[in-house]
Design a binder for this molecule. Structure first.
Ligand code: FMN
Length: 203
C-alpha cells in the first residue's frame, strides 16, 4: 500500500481514488472503516455533525440510511447540502466529500431494509429518532410490542415510511495522506462542469 499521494500515483477520477482507498481499508479489516462523520447545517447556517455508516457508493453518490424525522433529516430538508469525513487512523488517511443531498428511491431503501437483521428492522420502528424520550422503558416496551406485531418467523417487517436513505452527490473531494514531518499530502478535486479540477493544498 502506498503511503504517499502524489501527482503520479493519484487516480484522476476521485470516485475511483476513493474506491482504491476504501478497498484498502476494507481489506485491512480496519475497525469501522465504513463509519463517517456527516456534517449538515440548518437553514440559518448553524452546523451539526454526527457519525453514520456508508452503505454504498458509486459515480452517483454516497449513500447512508437514517430516520427521515431526525435532526439531520430536518436540516437536510431546509438545506440539502452535506460534508462527509472519513478518518482511518491505521493508514493515516482522511477523506472529505462535499455535495448536495437527495433521498434515494423507495425501492432502493426497501432493498436495503430487507438486508438488515430483524432486530435492526424493529429498532427503526421502535425509535422516533432525535425526539425526547422521557424514559428508556418506553423504547423497550415499544420494541417488545413490535416483536408481537411482526413475529420474526413471518419475515415481514415493513419499511417504515419515515425511514430511508440519502445520497450525497459529490461536488468536491479532499484526500489527505499523513507524511513524516507534517509534510502531508492533500489533493483536492472540484467538479467543474463535467471535469474534475485537481489541485494540491498546503498541509
Ligand atoms: C459509529 C456510528 C455509526 C452510526 N451510524 C448511523 C447510521 O448509519 N444512521 C443513523 O441514523 N444513525 C447512525 N448513528 C447514530 C448517529 O450518530 C446519531 O446519533 C443519530 O443518527 C441522530 O442524529 P441527528 O439527531 O443529528 O439526526 C451512528 C452512530 C455511531 C457512533
Amino acid at each position: 500500500m502506498e503511503k504517499t499521494l502524489t501527482e503520479t500515483n493519484l487516480i484522476s477520477n476521485p470516485v475511483e481514488q476513493f474506491s482504491r482507498w476504501y478497498s484498502e481499508v476494507k481489506n485491512l479489516q480496519i475497525e469501522m472503516y465504513d463509519a463517517m462523520t456527516l456534517a449538515t447545517a440548518d437553514a440559518t447556517g448553524i452546523p451539526s455533525a454526527r457519525m453514520v455508516l456508508l452503505k454504498g457508493f458509486d459515480d452517483n453518490g454516497f449513500v447512508f440510511y437514517t430516520n427521515y424525522k431526525s435532526i439531520k433529516a430536518r436540516e437536510l430538508e431546509s438545506n440539502p447540502r452535506a460534508c462527509l469525513v472519513f478518518y482511518w487512523k491505521e493508514v493515516d488517511r482522511q477523506v472529505r466529500i462535499w455535495g448536495s443531498v437527495e433521498k434515494v428511491s423507495r425501492n432502493e431503501s426497501e432493498e436495503y431494509f430487507r438486508t438488515r437483521p430483524y432486530d435492526s428492522q424493529l429498532g427503526t420502528w421502535a425509535s422516533e429518532q432525535s425526539s425526547i424520550l422521557p424514559d428508556r422503558s418506553i423504547l423497550e416496551k415499544r420494541f417488545e410490542e413490535l416483536k408481537q406485531r411482526y413475529p420474526e418467523k413471518s419475515g415481514n417487517v415493513p419499511l417504515p415510511d419515515f425511514w430511508g436513505g440519502y445520497r450525497v452527490i459529490p461536488e468536491a473531494f479532499e484526500f489527505w495522506q499523513g507524511r513524516p514531518s507534517r509534510l502531508h499530502d492533500r489533493i483536492k478535486f472540484t467538479k467543474k462542469e463535467n471535469e474534475w479540477e485537481i489541485v494540491r493544498l498546503a498541509p
